[in-house]
Design a protein around this ligand. Structure first.
Ligand code: IFM
Length: 452
């Protein structure tokens, strides 16, 4: 049986995000976030679900830390809720909010688990949104100020920092496609949001370096290769447009290439003014790139004359008809595309180090006699890790892997209807039960590899 073995020192972990698991939205001086507002707006989230309680991680911290030990995690990636730390977005720092993350970090370190902290995973203080949010340039110093407050408190113990999680989702899903908070559908706004996210990342890097001596800093982008049904020139052009929208729009400026000119041309008058000083700031050198990737996107030339992107994604039915196996999200399962993506990013951008900061799958898990047997999730993880090993063999400097997610949680616009966890959460009782995939992942982490 072939064995997949990872390099010595490979970092194994699982990831979560504040709004998706914490609950306790009114505890200890936390301010409102845009996701509180959005999820409480009728018609935005499936079944009217909100993050008010979520997994109640805020009140179950010690038990969840012990659960991480039982699972055998070596590292844990979490995010910090800006509205817990600076409830009004700027100004007064709420020490009670920081206390929670202080206890989390100490609890991890006492248990031998390395913390990876993400500063922004989408829960913007509503007070800042009321002043223009990421669309307004003033958000940049506000993010720097917030970063300073967090790093000032935790920087002596946290040495792996991620500025932003998935700027594509924040920009385009939130402000162009309107699926996420704040729910806008304005391309120009989305492009300004993307630019300010990237500028704020660059501005935060030196703040983190000075507040966290010996620390390493990066940004996490969500990426996926484009695929077409044929290699006809029009299909290939659609793939290139998808690649520009999903991947190059963020990677090119982060690695000093500026915004990709083919996409600037597509975006036309919606494109905000960009100066060289901003581009220099965005390209501030970092220590690693975080990559979240779940699936490739299968696209075709757009059928809509007013679609500036130039492509349309295939529907779930079309993907199935084309022979793709899908997760419960309707995302195609193509492990080799994951490996090819990592190889390509490492090669095209000469990234010094890569962490896979999220990868995993939602399936319709069933609890039978108190057990959750989820062979499709284990198979997904196994095949994606095997593809990742190929990318490492091809030279990609991959330092670690974080499964998404530690536990089932609030899956944004889909509420609690999609389960990505290694650990099942009963939303009535909030009881946690490790799934069969968690046991497989435990052994994989312990052995630094697995039999394929
Ligand atoms: O749940 C999300 C997470 O917050 C960001 N990356 C993708 C996951 C699954 O959709």
């Amino acid at each position: 049986m072939p064995r997949i073995q990872f390099p010595d020192g490979f970092v194994w972990g699982a990831a979560t995000a504040s709004y998706q698991i914490e609950g306790a939205v009114h505890a200890d001086g936390r301010g409102a976030s845009i996701w509180d507002t959005f999820s409480h707006t009728p018609g935005t989230v499936l079944n009217g679900d909100t993050g008010d309680v979520a997994c109640d991680h805020y009140h179950r911290l010690d038990a969840d830390l012990d659960l991480m030990v039982d699972l055998g995690l070596r590292a844990y990636r979490f995010s910090i809720a800006w509205p817990r730390v600076v409830p009004d977005g700027t100004g007064q720092v709420n020490q009670a909010g920081l206390d929670f993350y202080d206890r989390l970090v100490d609890g991890l370190l006492e248990r031998g688990i390395t913390p990876f902290a993400t500063l922004y995973h989408w829960d913007l203080p509503q007070a800042l949104q009321d002043r223009g949010g990421w669309e307004h340039r003033d958000i940049v110093p506000a993010f720097t100020e917030y970063t300073q407050a967090v790093v000032g408190r935790l920087g002596d113990r946290v040495v792996r920092w991620i500025t932003h999680n998935e700027p594509w989702v924040v920009s385009f899903l939130g402000n162009y496609e309107g699926v996420h908070a704040p729910g806008q559908t304005d391309l120009g706004a989305a492009l300004s949001v993307a630019h300010h996210l990237l500028v704020s990342h660059g501005a935060a890097v030196p703040v983190i370096r000075s507040g966290s001596p010996g620390g390493e800093v990066g940004i996490t982008v969500n990426l996926g290769l484009g695929r077409a049904r044929t290699d006809a020139p029009a299909d290939m052009e659609a793939v290139r447009a998808l690649d520009g929208y999903a991947n190059r729009w963020f990677l090119d400026p982060l690695y000093g290439k500026g915004y990709p000119s083919d996409m600037v041309e597509r975006f036309g008058a919606a494109m905000p003014a960009v100066n060289d000083a901003d581009l220099d700031l965005i390209a501030t050198p970092t220590d690693f790139l975080g990559i979240n990737s779940y699936n490739p996107s299968v696209v075709r030339p757009t059928a809509k004359a007013d679609n500036p992107l130039g492509f349309d994604p295939l529907t779930a039915d079309e993907l199935t008809a084309a022979g793709y196996e899908l997760t419960a999200m309707g995302w195609p399962i193509v492990p080799e595309a994951f490996g090819q993506l990592i190889t390509r990013v490492a090669r095209d951008y000469e990234v010094p180090a890569i962490y896979i900061t999220e990868n995993g799958a939602a399936f319709d898990d069933e609890v039978v006699d108190g057990r959750i047997d989820d062979p499709r999730r284990t198979d997904f993880l196994r095949r994606h890790l095997a593809a990742l090993r190929v990318a490492i063999d091809e030279g990609a400097p991959v330092r670690g892997y974080f499964a998404w997610s530690l536990m089932d949680n609030f899956e944004w616009a889909l509420g609690y209807a999609r389960r990505f966890g290694l650990v099942h959460v009963d939303y009535e009782t909030l009881e946690r039960t490790p799934k069969a995939s968690a046991h497989w992942y435990h052994d994989t982490m312990a052995d630094n590899g697995f039999d394929l």
